[in-house]
Ligand binder design. Structure first.
Ligand code: 6GU
Length: 221
């Protein structure tokens, strides 16, 4: 998979993609990530990318030309263009799965107080990562890239995401490791029993119980 990210703050991404699992996925050639500073595409002599809104009002808007030209320089038949914006549809795990099947993602980070409405016409999909406002789409692009890359074959063991919270509309079951007793808190005996059928039943029950308690909305879906 190829992921191109358009941002006027490219350095924000450096450490995020150069650590741990995401770094390994790139080293193995499973994903290629490129950050593009669309400021370079600005027609303005001072490379300005934002202007005040027509009709007045607070704040500055990203102008369309640099983003259009940057996207057009990257786009192929296999590209899927996503605009990160708080008024997009809320991003969910199911979408992470469907995006993990794409060959090429182009992520556009909105910034400042907003962007020219015509920029939306570039996008196949508009996504928000939750009902709160961030200073920019960069954080959302990182969240999206991480959640998609970990699902690509060979990045982590499939076993590890088959049981992820949300995959089956259920939260994860409780897990324990050594020691068997820690400050008086014991590991449930069924997990030490070696009875795999009983363990699977226990885990499913605990998953359902936890989901009912914490996220009843997931069970209704
Ligand atoms: Cl994608 N962008 C911004 N600026 N804020 C957000 C968001 C995106 N998703 C949730 N809040």
């Amino acid at each position: 998979m190829k992921i191109d990210i358009l941002s006027i703050f490219p350095s924000m991404f450096a450490s995020v993609f150069e650590e741990s699992i995401l770094k390994r996925a790139q080293d193995k050639g499973i994903v290629k990530i490129e950050i593009h500073d669309f400021r370079e595409f600005s027609p303005d002599p001072h490379k300005k990318v934002d202007f005040p809104p027509f009709g007045g009002g607070a704040g500055m808007l990203l102008r369309p030309e640099p983003i259009f030209e940057c996207v057009e320089s990257l786009k192929t038949e296999e590209s899927y263009v996503i605009l990160l914006t708080p008024d997009g549809q809320i991003y969910k795990q199911e979408q992470a799965y469907s995006l993990s099947l794409k060959m090429h993602l182009i992520l556009i980070c909105g910034h400042y107080e907003g962007f020219d409405e015509r920029i939306r016409t570039l996008a196949d999909l508009e996504l928000s990562i939750g009902d709160y406002v961030l200073t920019g789409g960069e954080y959302a692009a990182m969240v999206l890239a991480d959640s998609v890359i970990r699902l690509l074959p060979g990045v982590i063991k499939e076993e590890s995401h088959k049981n992820d919270s949300f995959t089956n509309h259920l939260l994860d079951y409780p897990s324990y490791t050594k020691p068997r007793v820690f400050r008086g808190m014991e590991v449930p005996s069924v997990l030490l029993s070696g009875d795999h059928k009983k363990i699977a039943e226990y885990r499913l029950e605990e998953s359902i119980k936890r989901t009912k308690e914490r996220r009843p909305d997931l069970l209704e879906r």
